[in-house]
Design a protein around this ligand. Structure first.
Ligand SMILES: Cc1cc2nc3c(=O)[nH]c(=O)nc-3n(C[C@H](O)[C@H](O)[C@H](O)COP(=O)(O)OP(=O)(O)OC[C@H]3O[C@@H](n4cnc5c(N)ncnc54)[C@H](O)[C@@H]3O)c2cc1C
Length: 375
């Protein structure tokens, strides 16, 4: 492709969502991916679209998450229409269990503020929980149901986004590593002009940095920390769980194919993506606490991935304060699958000069004191 309108670094869920939405809005898009698309954090995730089970207050971040979640039905329908791939969007909701005295405070406070804020949340007795999910621990004390927390099969989502992006005309270069950004100095301003890769230069006047936890290796600000999450999947026997199940220590995610994912860990160990016995032991203990039969199910797979996190744990979305034409879309941390539809929409709004449908001030790269360093 000769000088595309937009060059995207990183073929994870964020880069692919931006690429697809930009191409559908008429831009010529080039995406550059170091390995194969969607094999990093996007592949490792649980696919929960569950902002309410983790939120402690109603703030711009929760509103961003809820707006993105509200796009999911249409987003998955459009992907199905474009590719024939059903991404298994499910709206059964999340159950959050109290299993110990110490869990009560967290659940009660979440129920109180969400109820006062007019968010749909239900308080369930142990009997009600076991009636809808008989496989759970009979010692469950009580729990919350979040009907507005949904889920998607993130691996099918990546497959669908990849196919949709190709169909929309996105040029995807895999096995190509971006080494640095290229810039020009024009009238006292620094402007992006492309990227240097291990396969040569690619030029464009607009570049999105969406390389997940590796974004900081390409441009020093914002600094992005990889946070390892280990996962395992077992084969569920019948009846399968209907809801995503949470406790304060772990979660269970049922898939349509009969598998059940147990997660996770939160570890700062650099770019190490290995599974460890300690990680697996903690996941098993936390899943057995929610569902005692978990220990007897057949083990299907173990894996780990790296969540991209910046210091204040908020996403970084918007124009770089020092380099014209450079945009950031990273730091989605625990919610990149959830945030993918809205992130794509907002970034394309910014790139095409339209007013974004969401106030991005709280997520601006400038808040992190972006430097003037140019590659
Ligand atoms: C265990 C676990 C569970 C999770 N569960 C959920 C969940 O239930 N719900 C949810 O919403 N989120 C979840 N997440 C978070 C979510 O997976 C991430 O926020 C999201 O995948 C980040 O997407 P990304 O595209 O920014 O990063 P990635 O998916 O990591 O993609 C970045 C891409 O950039 C490429 N790249 C890196 N460097 C270069 C370079 N120099 N040149 C070219 N390409 C490069 C990489 O190869 C990679 O393909 C989970 C994450 C983990 C690890």
């Amino acid at each position: 492709m000769n000088r595309p309108d937009l060059l995207i670094i990183g073929g994870g869920v964020i880069g692919l969502s931006i690429a697809w939405q930009a191409a559908r809005r008429g831009l010529q898009v080039q995406l550059i991916e170091r390995g194969e698309v969607g094999r990093e954090a996007a592949h490792a995730a649980g696919g929960m679209l569950a902002p309410l089970a983790e939120a402690d207050c109603d703030d711009p971040f929760l509103r961003l998450c809820r707006q993105s979640r509200s796009l999911y039905r249409e987003f998955s329908t459009e992907l199905l229409g474009a590719t024939g791939i059903d991404v298994e969007y499910r709206t059964d909701g999340t159950l959050f269990l109290s299993l110990k005295d110490e869990d009560d405070e967290e659940l009660q406070s979440r129920y109180n503020w969400q109820n006062e804020a007019g968010i749909d949340i239900e308080l369930l007795t142990a009997t009600q929980i076991l009636a809808i999910e008989p496989s759970l621990n009979p010692a469950v004390r009580w729990g919350l149901r979040f009907p507005d927390d949904h889920q998607v099969n993130n691996r099918l989502l990546i497959k669908a986004l990849h196919a949709a992006a190709l169909t929309a005309g996105v040029d995807i270069s895999t096995r190509t590593t971006v080494l640095s950004l290229l810039t020009d100095r024009i009238a006292n301003r620094t402007r992006i002009s492309g990227v240097e890769t291990d396969r040569g230069r690619f030029t464009s006047s607009q570049v999105v940095l969406a390389a997940g936890c590796w974004s900081g290796q390409i441009h020093p600000r914002p600094q992005v920390t990889p946070v390892r999450g280990q996962m395992m999947a077992v084969e569920m026997d019948s009846p399968p769980l209907q809801h995503v199940i949470y406790s304060s220590r772990g979660y269970l995610v049922p898939r349509r194919d009969g598998s059940l994912i147990g997660g996770s860990t939160t570890e700062i160990v650099g770019y190490d993506r290995r599974n460890t016995p300690a990680g697996m032991a903690s996941i098993i203990a936390n899943c057995v606490e929610m569902m005692p039969t978990f220990a007897r199910l057949s083990l299907l797979e173990t894996w780990a991935g790296l969540r991209p996190r910046v210091d204040d744990q908020l996403p970084v979305l918007g124009a770089d304060p020092a380099i014209d034409g450079l945009f950031h879309a990273t730091g989605q941390y625990r919610n990149g699958i959830l945030l993918a539809p809205l992130t794509g929409q907002l970034l394309v709004d910014l790139i095409t000069g339209e007013t974004p449908s969401f106030d991005l001030t709280a997520f601006s790269p400038a808040r992190l004191n972006a430097s003037t360093v140019a590659g």
